[in-house]
Design a protein around this ligand. Structure first.
Ligand code: ADP
Ligand code: MG
Length: 481
C-alpha cells in the first residue's frame, strides 16, 4: 500500500498568568517557595471558604483576546471540572466550559520558507492550576506541594489546522512571543509557565474526516514538542499501514527515550461532570472595560515588524527576526539609539549576525549579552564616522565580548584608529608600488584583477587601519588607467 498521509495537529497551551495572587485567593504565586507555604484555605479546599475572582487575571485574559482579534464574551461562566487527584484537594478544578471568556481570533506566523500561515483559535479560557506531586525526595511515597494550586492559567486552544511539527513549533514560538509582549506571563518554560498539550492525528491525504488523535501531555520545550509530534506521526502511520487502528488516548513524551508512551485512555468531557460553579457569579464584562483594556495593548510583534521595515529600511525577513522577542527588538532599537540613528541596517546586521552568532556559541540569551546596546551602538558609531574600518570593528567586537571597556577606550589604547590622513596613505601606497614593480607592469598591461592585490598590500602595511575608500581612490590615481 502506498498511501500518502496528512498530519493534523491542534494545540492546547496553558499559560500561567503573572498575577501577584492566585485566581481565587490572596495567596502568593512566586515560583520556588518552600512547599505549601503559599497555599491558603481556599487553595486547600477547606470547608467554609469562598473563591473570589482576581480581576487582574480577568483583564489579562481579555487583553490576550483583543490581541488576537477574538470576541470577548459579555458574560462567561466558571465551571467545575470534577475529578480526583492527590494534587487537587477540592476534587474539582475551577475552569470554564460552555462559556469561555475568549472565543475565536487567530494567530499568524512565518515559516522557515518565508510563507505565512494563519491558524484559528477556538477559545481561550481561565482556569486554576493544580498542585504538584513530588516523587523524587521521598521513598515509597509522594509529597504534595499545593503552592501551584490556584495559580491562574489561560488555556489557549487552537483549531486542528496545523499540518506539521515545524508548523506547531512556529505557532508556539509566536504565541510565546505574544504573551511576553503582552506582559501577561513570564513564559518561563522550565518553570512550567508555558506548557503545551499536542493533539496529533494522521489521515490519508485525500480524506476530509479527521483521524483519531492522541493527546501528548505537557511538553515543556520547543525542541521536545517537535520531537514528540514527529515520533507520534510515525507511530500512527506505522499502525495504520500495518492495518491497525489508532486509539484515542493520552500519551506522555519521554525525552530520554525520545518516544511517547500511553498514559491513559482519553477521557470524554462528560466524564468530568462539568457544571457551573455555584460559588462564583458569572463574569460580566462591559464594553467600557474592553475599551479600557484595549488602550493598554502594546505594539504587537507584527506591528513592530512592519514599523522596523518602514522606519529603519529593513527587509521583511530581518524585521521578523529582530521582533521575534520583545527583548531582542528592544536591544536592536537601543543599539540604533546608541549609534545616533546613523546606520539602522548596519545595526541590524551586527545584532543578527555578529551578536546573535556569538551568543549562540556561548548559549546565552539576548538579555545576558556581555555587550550592551550602548557599547554595540558605540562601535557602529565609530564605523559610521570612519574612525575605524569594518574589519577593525570585528576585532574590537571580539574584545567587547570578553572585556568591560568601551569602544573608544579600546580604539585609543590599542591605536586602532583608522588612518584617513591622505599623506600617510600616499606614503604607504608609494612603498607598495616601489616594492612590486612586476605587478605594476602586469597591471598596466591589462591585468585589472591585480588591483585587489595592491589594496590588500596597502591594508596590510597599515595593519588594517587605512581607510579602504581612500586607499582605493589614491591607488587608482597612482596606478593610472
Ligand atoms: P479535549 O482535548 O479537552 O477533549 P477538544 O476536543 O476541544 O478538547 O480538542 C482539543 C484540541 O484537540 C484542539 O486543539 C483541537 O484542535 C484538537 N483536535 C481535535 N480533534 C483532533 C484531531 N482529530 N486531530 C488533531 N487534533 C485534534
Ligand atoms: Mg485536551
Amino acid at each position: 500500500m502506498n498511501t500518502s498521509w496528512e498530519t493534523v495537529i491542534g494545540l492546547e497551551v496553558h499559560v500561567q498568568l503573572i498575577t501577584k495572587s492566585k485566581l481565587f485567593s490572596g495567596a502568593a504565586t512566586a515560583f520556588g517557595a518552600e512547599p505549601n507555604s503559599q497555599a491558603c484555605a481556599i487553595d486547600l479546599g477547606l470547608p467554609g471558604v469562598l473563591p473570589v475572582l482576581n480581576e487582574t487575571a480577568l483583564k489579562m485574559a481579555i487583553k490576550f483576546g483583543l490581541s488576537i482579534g477574538a470576541s470577548i464574551a459579555p458574560k462567561s461562566v466558571f465551571a467545575r471540572k470534577n475529578y480526583f487527584y492527590p494534587d487537587l484537594p477540592k476534587g474539582y478544578q475551577i475552569s470554564q466550559y460552555e462559556f469561555p471568556i475568549v472565543s475565536g481570533g487567530s494567530l499568524s506566523f512565518t515559516l522557515e520558507d518565508n510563507t505565512t500561515k494563519q491558524i484559528r483559535i477556538t477559545r481561550a479560557h481561565l482556569e486554576e492550576d493544580a498542585g504538584k506531586s513530588l516523587h523524587e525526595d521521598f521513598h515509597g511515597f509522594s509529597g504534595i506541594d499545593l503552592n501551584r494550586a490556584g495559580i491562574p492559567l489561560l488555556e489557549i486552544v487552537s483549531e486542528p489546522e496545523l499540518r506539521s511539527a515545524k508548523e506547531a513549533v512556529a505557532y508556539l514560538k509566536t504565541l510565546h512571543a505574544l504573551i511576553r509582549y503582552l506582559e501577561i506571563s513570564d513564559g518561563n518554560m522550565q518553570e512550567g509557565s508555558f506548557r503545551c498539550d499536542a493533539n496529533v492525528s494522521v489521515r490519508p491525504s485525500h480524506q476530509t474526516k479527521l483521524g483519531t488523535r492522541a493527546e501528548i501531555k505537557n511538553v515543556n520545550s520547543f525542541r521536545f514538542v517537535e520531537r514528540a509530534i514527529n515520533y507520534e506521526i510515525e507511530r500512527q502511520i506505522d499502525i495504520l499501514e500495518n492495518g491497525g487502528t489508532v486509539i484515542q488516548e493520552t500519551r506522555l513524551y519521554d525525552a530520554n527515550k525520545d518516544e511517547t508512551r500511553s498514559l491513559r485512555a482519553k477521557e470524554q468531557a462528560n466524564d468530568y461532570r462539568y457544571f457551573p460553579d455555584p460559588d462564583l457569579l458569572p463574569i460580566i464584562v462591559s464594553a467600557d472595560l474592553i475599551k479600557e483594556i484595549r488602550k493598554t495593548l502594546p505594539e504587537l510583534p507584527r506591528e513592530k515588524s512592519e514599523r522596523f521595515e518602514r522606519d529603519y529600511g529593513l527587509s521583511a525577513y530581518d524585521a521578523n527576526v529582530l521582533t521575534a522577542t520583545k527583548e531582542l527588538a528592544d536591544f536592536f532599537e537601543q543599539t540604533v539609539q546608541a549609534s545616533y540613528q546613523s546606520e539602522p541596517k548596519l545595526c541590524a546586521n551586527w545584532v543578527m549576525v555578529d551578536l546573535l552568532g556569538a551568543l549562540n556559541k556561548t548559549n546565552l540569551d539576548i538579555t545576558e549579552s556581555p555587550i550592551s546596546p550602548e557599547r554595540l551602538g558605540g562601535l557602529i558609531r565609530r564605523i559610521h564616522d570612519k574612525t575605524i574600518s569594518g574589519k577593525i570593528a570585528k576585532t574590537i567586537f571580539e574584545k567587547l565580548l570578553c572585556e568591560k571597556e568601551d569602544v573608544d577606550t579600546i580604539i585609543e589604547k590599542q591605536g586602532l584608529k583608522q588612518v584617513t590622513d591622505t599623506t600617510a596613505i600616499e606614503a604607504l601606497i608609494d612603498e607598495v608600488i616601489a616594492k612590486n614593480p612586476h605587478q605594476v607592469a602586469d597591471y598596466k598591461s591589462g591585468k585589472d584583477k591585480l588591483f585587489g592585490f595592491f589594496v590588500g598590500q596597502v591594508m596590510k602595511a597599515s595593519q588594517g587601519k587605512a581607510n579602504p575608500e581612500q586607499v582605493n581612490e589614491i591607488l587608482k590615481h597612482k596606478l593610472g588607467p
